[in-house]
Write a protein that binds this ligand. Structure first.
Ligand code: 5GP
Ligand code: ZN
Length: 123
């Protein structure tokens, strides 16, 4: 299995990034695509994904530090823009499911960002 090809034609998130499958886009830049989860657990639930196909967090190395730093610093800004309430009374949850035992269903690295008033459907 190739875990680091820049585009995997069989990957559902690569197809979303390429516009072959429709999605509700949050934002996009050269490196990152953000879109709403089709099955939200919380009033706000979107995902940040690298445009390059990386199967999971388990494949990350030092060469991905800038990309992941970019994703993690985008998250708080987008969370507020998408309707999460401000810290500390509001806030948000960040989840990166990794591997079968980590509960990962889609094998393209994605950072879930969830927030909004409780209760949530899950999480
Ligand atoms: P995982 O369990 O791998 O961390 O999360 C995968 C997430 O992708 C799930 O929350 C699921 O709802 C979401 N998802 C799966 N297929 C699609 C899709 O076609 N479009 C969108 N927007 N989200 C999807
Ligand atoms: Zn992919």
């Amino acid at each position: 299995m190739n875990t680091s090809a820049s585009h995997d034609p069989n990957c559902i998130f690569c197809k979303i990034i390429a516009g072959q499958i429709p999605s509700k886009k949050v934002c996009e830049d050269e490196q990152v695509y953000a879109f709403h989860d089709i099955n939200p657990w919380a009033p706000v639930h979107f995902m940040l994904v690298p445009k390059a196909h990386i199967s999971s967090m388990a494949q990350l190395g030092q060469e991905h530090a800038a990309l992941m730093g970019h994703i993690m610093t985008l998250a708080p800004r987008l969370a507020l823009e998408q309707g999460c309430n401000p810290y500390p009374d509001g806030g948000f949850r960040v989840v990166v499911n990794t591997g079968a035992e980590g509960g990962q269903e889609v094998q393209h690295l994605h950072v879930h960002v969830m927030g909004g008033p409780r209760p949530w459907a899950k999480g």
